[in-house]
Design a protein around this ligand. Structure first.
Ligand code: THU
Length: 134
């Protein structure tokens, strides 16, 4: 199992690689998978603003490409003094591969600022069960 310290460092390392020339707001995300591997992603913006991609989505793509499909926990690191909680779309993206009690750690460069469960950030969520339980 990857330690939270290791996951934090991975998020910090990938945050530095973000391509965010428009918002100037770099984000890094690091996912711990059940087998101990870590998958990372950063935001990648675009001159056509709406087609930019969030860090969490990039980390999830790396996870799936790497053959894993469960999120044990995730660290999201943004800039500034406020909590960089995942956007609404990314809460749903995380939800696909997580459980209600999966931890989402929100970090700044100095460390983890606050930890949430997925259930706290996305209560009464819609998920795969909604499509099969019919
Ligand atoms: N962003 C993320 O990558 N993840 C978040 O959780 C919040 C926002 C990105 C999107 C955009 O590139 C920049 O941060 C400003 O919104």
């Amino acid at each position: 199992m990857a330690s939270l310290d290791t996951l934090f460092e991975a998020a910090k390392t990938i945050q530095a690689k973000a391509y965010a020339p428009y918002s100037r707001f770099k984000v890094g995300a690091a996912i711990a998978a059940p087998d101990g591997r870590i998958f990372t992603g950063c935001n990648v913006e675009n001159a056509a603003y709406p087609v930019g991609a969030c860090a969490e989505g990039g980390a999830i793509s790396a996870m799936i490409a790497g053959g894993a499909n469960r999120i044990t926990e995730i660290v999201v690191m943004g800039e500034g003094d406020l909590l960089c909680t995942p956007c609404g779309g990314c809460r749903q993206r995380i939800r696909e591969f997580a459980s209600p009690d999966t931890k989402i750690h929100v970090a700044g460069p100095e460390g983890i600022r606050k930890s949430f469960t997925l259930e706290e950030l996305l209560p009464f969520s819609f998920g795969p069960d909604n499509l099969t339980d019919r």
